[in-house]
Design a binder for this molecule. Structure first.
Ligand code: AMP
Length: 184
C-alpha cells in the first residue's frame, strides 16, 4: 500500500501521516524529516540540503529522488508506506512513477489536504517541534500546546522552533514555491 499526502506546508501532512501510520502500522516516509536528521548529524547530504532548506528553497530533485528511491528499497517489505512531503515537483512525481513501475508497483491513494493561507501562516509561526529526533512530536502554541511550556508531553525533551519556520520571509518563500512547483 503506497499513499501520498499532498498539501502546502502547515496543512498537517505530518500530523495526519503520523496518525494513519500509527493506526495501521504503516511507515511514514517524510523527506523533510530525513533532511532534518541529516542536517542534525552533519552528514554530507545534510550539509548540502541545508543550503536550500535554510533559504526556504526546495532541495534539488536529483538529491531528493535518489534519497527517496534508496529509502523505498529499504522499506520494500513494509505493508504500507505514507509519503509525506514527496513528490513536491512534477519531475519528482514522474520519477516516482518510474521507480514504482520498475518494481511493478503503483500509488494506491493520494490525499490532498487544503487549508486557508492565513491559517497556514499562523500555524507555521506557532509550530513547535520536539528536539528529540526519535520523537518528533509537533505542537501548536495556540491549537495544541504542550502541557508544560517548552517541554514535550511525550518524551520530556525541549520543544524548538523549526529553523525554516522562524523567519516569515522563508515561510512566504516556501508558500510561493508550493504554488509554483508543487500545486501543478
Ligand atoms: P517539510 O518538513 O516537508 O516542510 O520539508 C522541509 C524542507 O525540506 C522543505 O521546505 C524543503 O526545503 C525540503 N524538502 C522536503 N521535501 C522535499 C522534496 N520532496 N523536494 C525538495 N525539497 C524538499
Amino acid at each position: 500500500m503506497l499513499i501520498i499526502l499532498l498539501g502546502a506546508q502547515g496543512t498537517g501532512k505530518g500530523t495526519v501521516a503520523g496518525i494513519l501510520s500509527k493506526q495501521n502500522n504503516w511507515v511514514q516516509l517524510s523527506t523533510g524529516d530525513i533532511f532534518r536528521e541529516n542536517i542534525a548529524k552533519g552528514t554530507e547530504l545534510g550539509v548540502e540540503a541545508d543550503k536550500y532548506i535554510s533559504k526556504g528553497c526546495l532541495v534539488p530533485d536529483e538529491i531528493t529522488v535518489s534519497m527517496v528511491e534508496k529509502r523505498l528499497e529499504e522499506l520494500k517489505n513494509e505493508k504500507g508506506i505514507i509519503l509525506d512531503g514527496f513528490p513536491r515537483t512534477l519531475s519528482q512525481a514522474e520519477k516516482l512513477d518510474e521507480i514504482l513501475a520498475n518494481k511493478g508497483e503503483k500509488v494506491d491513494w493520494v490525499i490532498n489536504l487544503e487549508t486557508p493561507r492565513e491559517e497556514i501562516i499562523t500555524r507555521m509561526l506557532n509550530r513547535r517541534v520536539c528536539s528529540n529526533q526519535a520523537c518528533k512530536a509537533t505542537y501548536n502554541l495556540v491549537l495544541h500546546p504542550s502541557k508544560v511550556e517548552g517541554i514535550c508531553d511525550i518524551c520530556g525533551s525541549e520543544l524548538i522552533r523549526r529553523a525554516d519556520d522562524s523567519d516569515s520571509s522563508a515561510i512566504e518563500k516556501r508558500l510561493e514555491i508550493y504554488d509554483k512547483e508543487t500545486k501543478p
